[in-house]
Design a protein around this ligand. Sequence first.
Ligand code: ADP
Ligand code: MG
Length: 304
Amino acid sequence: MQKLSFPDIEYKEDPKRRNDLAKEPKIKTLLDDLGIDIKDVDRLSLLEDYLLNNRKCDGCKGLNECRQEVKGQRIAISYDGVIFDELEYCPYYRKALDENSYLSNLVYSDIPQRLSRLTLDDLKAEMHSLDSKDDRLRLFVLLSKIAGGESSKGLYIYGSFGVGKTYMCIAFMNTILKNGKRGAFVKVNDFINRMRKLIVTDDQEYEDILDAIKNVPYLILDDIGSETISAYSRDDLLFNILDYRMERDLLCLFTSNLGIDDLEKMLTYDKNNNAESLKAKRLMERIKYLAYPFHLSGENRRFK
Ligand code: ADP
Ligand code: MG
């Protein structure tokens, strides 16, 4: 068999290329930081790629004007005897990651994006303008106490449409998340529909969500009473969650357009008008155990 031989490839370096690179301020700073001399660099192409890539960051004032291929990521060079390149997050990206880290405490969320940063602190200015007997201020004080761990019983916040029940609860939720506690914000109606589908399509996900909602230290059930009542939602899903939480004194906040008595009536009848007073009562008992009723009055802020 014929033996193949390859000619040695002789690498001829262009000294100008090395000199030009050495003069670049970005490369100078980089080499100083790494504590090496350009003479020690064997792969000049890495430095050239680094230079081209990092120039895209010149003058950048934030992630929204990022010119990198992957937002917030750029080439970095390291040295451990030889130089090598890797991707790093830029300072703007790292800051955004830090600012959002509290969201990892949120185990289930129906919070709209636009309110994902709202905290009780953001409501302080508005609270200063209110009379001490104002519902909104009293609710603010109660929510602040609960967030500060001063009260272990939750609230059943009811009142008409658009008065800001959901808004205040979201501010509460983001506050406890930022204090390092875990929470879940659940829109009851959407949750029931989602779980009803999952129970047939994905047992494991169903169990995982149920487990998370049962055990999370702070749970908000938003807009209870807006759902269509069925034996499944009342006697299985909601009862299971609230019974479990009652046994363990886990904190729950509720919001509803219905007062406690109206909620009980609503829970009594299913869509075929069958009355199940006992089943409604045993769910209501859990709610009453977990939360004090609080009426929030005020104007509809929805279209303001
Ligand atoms: P509810 O849950 O009582 O029906 P929401 O909390 O959804 O009412 O509030 C209705 C609308 O008013 C929402 O768009 C919400 O963002 C806005 N809103 C409520 N409270 C405030 C507030 N204190 N400051 C500014 N906007 C508010
Ligand atoms: Mg609401």
